[in-house]
Design a protein. Structure first.
Lengths: 112, 112
């Protein structure tokens, strides 16, 4: 079993919909949780970063961490065609020198 | 110009050939990484370096070697390429303070 599980999709939704992307993990030591966005033929870029539990909002994006369930989510409101990309979750434990464990990535398609 | 530059962007080679992928960065970061990305498997760490004199194996280092020629340069070598090393390879940097990784645009390697 992988340490981090993420549905690879593709997930296809109409423009304007609310998108929910999720990852589950097994290592209770994870404290840093990140979402990276990767456009086709590009490297991943950091989208959201959360430490420990709780929510973090940035514009149309909300990252949510539920450590009791070992489950993290990324919500995208008012989705746009430009949000079409692969979204990768990544996480690391305290005192691990930020060694990241990655999900496989979910491919998201926003239909105009 | 990109902050993290990888060369070549695309390479097709034959089994048994030696291949070098090069990475240079202008971000001034001490930490550099090599990852490979395969469909359904996400990003897997091959090697990482926290400074010029520090080289560490990642989770899948077998069949690979690296050289940190300077703070800004980190090369990945495949001494004798094999078909299952066909993948997309990414170089990344970080400053070690936040854990955020900055990726190059990737090098697509095909081993026939």
């Amino acid at each position: 079993q992988k340490e981090v599980e993420q549905d690879p999709g593709p997930l296809s939704v109409p423009e304007g919909a609310i998108v929910s992307l999720n990852c589950t993990y097994s290592n209770s030591a994870f404290q840093y949780f990140m979402w990276y966005r990767q456009y086709s033929r590009k490297g991943p870029e950091l989208l959201m970063y959360t430490y420990s539990s709780g929510n973090k909002e940035d514009g149309r994006f909300t990252a949510q961490v539920d450590k009791s369930s070992k489950y993290i989510s990324l919500f995208i409101r008012d989705s746009q065609p430009s949000d079409s990309a692969t979204y990768l979750c990544a996480m690391s434990a305290l005192n691990s020198n930020y060694q990241l464990i990655w999900g496989a990535g979910t491919k998201l398609i926003i239909k105009p | 110009d990109a902050d993290v530059t990888q060369t070549p962007r695309n390479r097709i080679t034959k089994t048994g050939k030696r291949i070098m992928l090069e990475c240079s960065q202008t971000k001034g970061h001490d930490r550099m990484y090599w990852y490979r990305q395969d469909p359904g498997l996400g990003l897997r760490l091959i090697y990482y370096s926290f400074d010029v004199k520090d080289i560490n194996k990642g989770e899948i280092s077998d069949g690979y070697s690296v050289s940190r020629q300077a703070q800004a340069k980190f090369s990945l070598s495949l001494e004798s390429a094999i078909p299952n090393q066909t993948a997309l390879y990414f170089c990344a940097t970080s400053d070690g303070n936040t854990g955020e990784l900055f990726f190059g645009e990737g090098s697509r390697l095909t081993v026939l």
